[in-house]
Design a protein around this ligand. Sequence first.
Ligand SMILES: CC(C)(COP(=O)(O)OP(=O)(O)OC[C@H]1O[C@@H](n2cnc3c(N)ncnc32)[C@H](O)[C@@H]1OP(=O)(O)O)[C@@H](O)C(=O)NCCC(=O)NCCS
Length: 227
Amino acid sequence: MRAWLAKKVLAHNMARLRAGDYRSTLRLDAADVRFRFPGAIPPTRRLVLRNGQRVLLHFVHPDDEQGLKVLLDHLSPENRRLRFFTAACDLAGAARDAAHADGQRHIGLIATDGEDEVLGHAMARQSGAADAEVAVEVADAVHGLGLGTQLLIELVRLASQHGIRRVVAEVLPENREMLAVFRDGFGASERLVDGCVSVSFDSGAWRSAAVRFPIDGGAGQEGPHAR
Ligand SMILES: CC(C)(COP(=O)(O)OP(=O)(O)OC[C@H]1O[C@@H](n2cnc3c(N)ncnc32)[C@H](O)[C@@H]1OP(=O)(O)O)[C@@H](O)C(=O)NCCC(=O)NCCS
């Protein structure tokens, strides 16, 4: 019975994902045979980082809180400061907030190694009728391998499906990595406001970013932008 259900769920999810529809995928709970709806989404898309490491992306779920806390705990003090503008922030609170994205006004995406380790997280929070503010953090050990860019491409693509037209972010001026990702990938414009760089770009920029930084979904797999 369980194998039959698992096959059905897999077929359903593959069809929904091919249509670019994350929200209608189903999860066959590991502990008992029951379906859980969005928020409880299985690993959805896979990608291969520039060092060959495989990564799975999924919508954030409350069960991810502990993994997110570990990710934040292990950021170097400098990377934590670049992310939260202070090295002394409430990481438990940040992980709790990140894990409880509602999938509407607050979208969260998580990257794992396929097991329990969270390698990166990106979130978009609606800040105006058609505006959203984004933020991203990637585990120190996998910086520079394309993960931040891919998380943002996927996040902005989803945000644009939710009616977001303009994406904004507040970045510290010394955060060259983040500014380079926004600039190179998304053609973002920058403005210095109160000592911070206010970045903004059109949400449609995810398309050119996806072309510029094409994804490798692994042998025999569809890339995340395949339609
Ligand atoms: C900023 C941050 C998220 C970037 O993540 P990342 O995974 O290291 O970034 P990427 O690997 O995607 O991009 C880094 C570089 O690779 C390039 N790149 C990305 N994907 C690529 C690909 N598929 N092929 C070739 N180059 C690629 C980017 O243009 C960028 O170029 P650069 O090295 O010349 O600047 C990460 O450094 C981080 O977590 N910092 C601490 C937290 C933080 O500051 N968050 C931002 C708060 S708003």
